[in-house]
Design a protein around this ligand. Structure first.
Ligand code: ZN
Length: 217
């Protein structure tokens, strides 16, 4: 009987070893889906996580779950927030006559870090891109129009990235608000063509805000 049990035990060990390899492969596969992380970096991170204190990986897993449960887009501007409306929209000291239009929520954080801008924001959640099949209706443009219609807005600063899609989107918005009482301006000075707002330094963005070009009056 005992000689029959031994192979059963060794089979269990083999299966268990295969499972752990699969879990590691699965983690590497998931990590490599993150932006800027290739297979090589994903592998390095996964092995690093295996070496770290289990309390760190438990905390990391909890943070990943928590961030998805607690952070939502602000129903006014689209910025990621725990409270709704977000801190910027709720701040009565902010200049409510100006709305800075950005592509993604992380652009709000970049602009806020400059401490140069005291107006409100509007996150488009993307850019117009015919190649990728993204049209104006796929973005939050109608919500921006509704905010302008509510009144009080005098200027819209178009802070989309200086890329073909960013420029196309800015131009679309200029035309949309043409003839209205709202004037539009565009970040220009110092921003690298084809670059992302996210990667520009604070000083460059601060200067771009001050030197923005008026596109309509
Ligand atoms: Zn908001």
């Amino acid at each position: 009987m005992s000689s029959l049990r031994r192979p059963a035990g060794s089979t269990f060990r083999r299966v268990s070893w295969e499972c752990s390899v699969n879990a590691l492969d699965q983690l590497i596969g998931q990590l490599s889906r993150l932006p800027g992380i290739g297979k090589k970096s994903a592998t390095r991170i996964a092995y690093h996580l295996l070496r770290t204190d289990p309390s760190f990986t438990r905390g990391l897993a909890a943070s990943l779950t928590e961030v998805r449960e607690r952070i939502h887009p602000c129903t006014v501007c689209g910025n990621y927030t725990e409270a709704d409306p977000c801190d910027v929209c709720a701040d009565s000291a902010r200049d409510r006559t100006t709305i800075c239009v950005v592509e993604q929520p992380q652009d709000v954080a970049v602009l806020e870090a400059t401490r140069e801008y005291r107006g409100l924001y509007h996150v488009l959640m993307g850019v117009i891109s015919p190649i990728e099949g993204v049209g104006p209706k796929d973005l939050t443009i109608s919500r921006l129009g509704a905010r302008v219609k509510e009144g009080g807005v005098k200027e819209i600063i178009l802070a989309t990235n200086p890329t073909v899609e960013g420029d196309t989107t800015a131009l679309y918005l200029v035309k949309l608000f043409e003839g209205s009482e709202v004037r539009t301006s565009r970040l220009a000075l110092g921003l690298p063509v084809g670059g992302d707002l996210e990667y520009a330094d604070r000083l460059t963005i601060a200067r771009s805000l001050r030197g923005r070009t008026l596109l309509s009056s």
